[in-house]
Design a protein around this ligand. Structure first.
Ligand code: SF4
Length: 280
């Protein structure tokens, strides 16, 4: 067990928060609705299986999702909620075998995904050495959320996710402040772009070290060669943002889905916990 004030290894506690589609009953392909758009080629209602879904719960167009107009699927991440609901909450019984459970299973999946996303961020905060004074509190909160994820169907359906989310958000904000304060010369409130509209912004080569980009709209922004080290990117919309040559080493709260939705190249530097997307 790690020392109370020691930062955890970047992947400690996150293995269960990675999607394992082989152990999931394709919940994202059924439970979630689609609206025909640049991300999805078709409309689909909640609970309606995608027509590309095969009988073995595999995607029939997995190798060419983007080319087939399903880029939204290529960037979706359930943070491991799919296999947890399939194998733990519902004990390995799928919605085809037991159609009477389908509605509950899909409802629980929506809750579980949010809980797992919260766990992902807490686990990341536990790797941040400058936030070590918060680690005991973060571990306690992680235990509480973990316990919830092992609850019954009814307990999960009754769970007040929004309340847990805002409680955790306070801790994440404090962790973010402590990390971003490490950037030398950062004046208070400097580089605060929280929820800023930066769609298509020309930020080529910008010095965004330690910037607060929480929830910023960076859709199609030009971030080529930008320095985003120690920037907080939680919830930032990076769809089609150009990250070629950008430095995202040690930026915080960036997820694989955000990276997968952006453009990049071999020169883009990513945090160690994230993979370079195959399409870059
Ligand atoms: S296109 Fe494939 S990955 Fe996307 S919802 Fe349909 S079956 Fe699932």
């Amino acid at each position: 067990m790690p020392h109370e004030h020691e930062a955890e290894h970047s992947d400690a506690g996150r293995a269960d928060l990675r999607a394992d589609c082989g152990r999931c009953f394709a919940l994202c392909c059924v439970a979630l609705p689609f609206a025909a758009s640049a991300d999805f080629a078709i409309n689909k209602d909640v609970g309606q299986p995608c027509p590309n879904l095969r009988a073995d719960f595999r995607c029939g167009i997995h190798t060419h999702l983007r080319q087939s107009g399903f880029a939204g699927c290529a960037v979706f991440d359930c943070f491991g909620a799919g296999q947890k609901v399939s194998q733990v909450t519902f004990g390995g019984q799928d919605w085809r075998e037991a159609p009477h459970t389908a509605r509950q299973m899909f409802g629980v999946f929506a809750v579980m995904r949010q809980l797992h996303e919260i766990l992902w961020y807490i686990s990341e905060a536990l790797t941040l050495a400058p936030a070590r004074t918060l680690h005991a509190e973060l571990r306690q909160t992680r235990e509480t959320i973990e316990r919830l994820t092992h609850g019954s169907v009814q307990e999960l359906m009754d769970c007040d996710v929004a309340a847990h989310r805002s409680e955790v958000n306070v801790l994440l904000l404090r962790a973010s402040e402590l990390v971003r304060a490490e950037v030398r010369g950062r004046k208070k409130n400097q580089k605060n772009h929280r929820r800023a509209d930066l769609m298509g912004a020309k930020l080529k080569g910008a010095d965004l070290r330690g910037a607060d980009l929480r929830g910023a709209y960076l859709i199609a922004a030009d971030l080529r060669g930008a320095d985003l080290r120690l920037a907080d990117l939680i919830g930032a919309d990076l769809r089609d943002a150009d990250l070629r040559g950008a430095d995202l080493t040690d930026c915080i709260f960036l997820t694989q889905a955000q990276v997968d939705a952006a453009k990049g190249d071999a020169a883009t530097r990513l945090p160690r916990s994230l993979d370079r997307p195959a399409h870059w």
